[in-house]
Design a protein around this ligand. Structure first.
Ligand SMILES: *Cc1c(COP(=O)(O)O)cnc(C)c1O
Length: 378
């Protein structure tokens, strides 16, 4: 059996909604499907306002524009994340300051953030790794005390929660991703979630090429013009129609992924007891969405041989992430605070197992069997 790492899920309504988007004679952004998606996101995440954008990367870039990030402004973030977390700020001249992660959730270690702040710090960007919430209460308190903005990278976070609050509804701004590899997909796609009224009007302007066209369309002004910086951050109705077919079924998608996740988690308990692997840790107060399932191996050598042994059994597993502070651009544009020991440890020991929405229990069992065999050698 060949088991791929990921398979995107289709609800079956995608093409029908795309057909409707064509028939409704509104193909550019912010038509009926975009409005449905945005209202749904506002209702389900609890954010103040949701704007569909082409990607989570675009949402984070908009956040950097909204904050007026200038050359030399510092932004606190984990190094254990995808490049976009940093790039979005670097393109505005910002300097990513990489802080270590917690050994349990693999999220930004909130206890290390305060010592990393300088007079140039403008924002903190926690990344909810694997859809597990960061320690937002501590970060919110620190951000409020020091006058910093909190920008959630909630690319993994759709329908997950922290102390009952939807991920993406907690910081001033947040980004969601609907990339093909995430839980809810539109090929490429994302949303900017806004929770601070201060950012609302300008976000609409930046998204509409620096014009107040959104206000014009609402009838609030009788013409629109160029009023600020901006770019083209509206996805078309074709993308929004596809996305709507996914969002309206996303609770079911999450439930199915959670079933796969729990199947893995139960099946790997013995190996953890034997000390061969460490399973993911989800704090009690976090509602998870099973974005991914990972294991921590004892060391890098065993991680490499483990991935090879799985591949021999037809199972495609993969690592996560090359830490940004050790990548060429990270070294050039960012700086580190402290030694990032947990980040370096985790990045060379982590393996992600195949997980997709429609993964059948027999396929999960096949992976579990392969994992057991692969772990026998150490
Ligand atoms: C996928 C991902 C992104 C980027 O999302 P896009 O929608 O592909 O731009 C950003 N941050 C994290 C943590 C991600 O996993």
């Amino acid at each position: 059996m060949e088991i791929p790492f990921n398979r995107f899920y289709l609800t079956g309504n995608e093409l029908e909604y795309v057909r409707q988007a064509q028939l409704q004679e509104h193909l550019c952004g912010d038509g009926p499907f975009s409005r449905k998606c945005a209202s749904w996101l506002e209702e389900k995440t609890g954010c103040r306002k949701a704007l569909l954008v082409p990607s989570c990367t675009a949402a984070l870039e908009m956040a950097a524009m909204l904050l007026d990030i200038r050359a030399g402004d510092e932004v606190i973030m984990p190094s254990f994340t995808f490049v976009s977390t940093a790039n979005a700020f670097v393109v505005r001249g910002g300097v990513p300051v990489f802080v270590d992660i917690r050994a349990d959730s693999l999220n930004l270690d909130e206890s290390l953030v305060e010592a990393a702040l300088t007079p140039r710090t403008r924002a903190i960007v926690p990344v909810h790794y694997a859809g597990v919430g960061c320690e937002m209460d501590a970060l919110l308190a620190l951000a409020a005390e020091r006058g910093l903005e909190l920008i959630e990278d909630a690319a993994h976070g759709i329908l997950a929660s922290y102390k009952g609050r939807g991920l993406g509804s907690i910081g001033q701004l947040a980004g969601l991703s609907f990339h093909e590899t995430k839980n809810v997909v539109s090929g490429e796609g994302g949303a900017l979630l806004i929770n601070d009224a201060r950012h609302e009007r300008r976000a609409e302007i930046i998204r509409e090429k620096g014009t107040n066209r959104t206000e014009f369309l609402r009838g609030a002004v009788d013409r629109y013009s160029w009023v600020d910086i901006g770019s083209s951050y509206l996805p078309s109705e074709i993308v929004a129609a596809f996305l709507w077919a996914q969002l309206e079924r996303s609770e079911e998608i999450t439930a199915r992924r959670l079933a796969v996740w729990r199947h893995y988690h139960a099946g790997l308990a013995d190996l953890e007891r034997q000390g061969k692997v460490r399973r993911p840790v989800v704090p009690q107060h976090c509602g998870a969405n099973a974005h991914l399932y990972y294991l921590l191996l004892p060391d890098e050598a065993r991680r490499e041989s483990f991935i090879r042994a799985l591949a021999k059994r037809g199972v495609e597993a993969s690592f996560h992430y090359v830490p940004l502070h050790s990548s060429p651009a990270g070294r050039k544009f960012g700086r580190t605070h402290g030694d990032l020991a947990v980040t370096d440890q985790v990045a060379c020991r982590l393996v992600r197992l195949p997980l997709w929405t429609a993964m059948e229990p027999a396929v999960v069992d096949h992976v579990l069997q392969a994992v057991e065999e692969a772990a026998r050698s150490f």
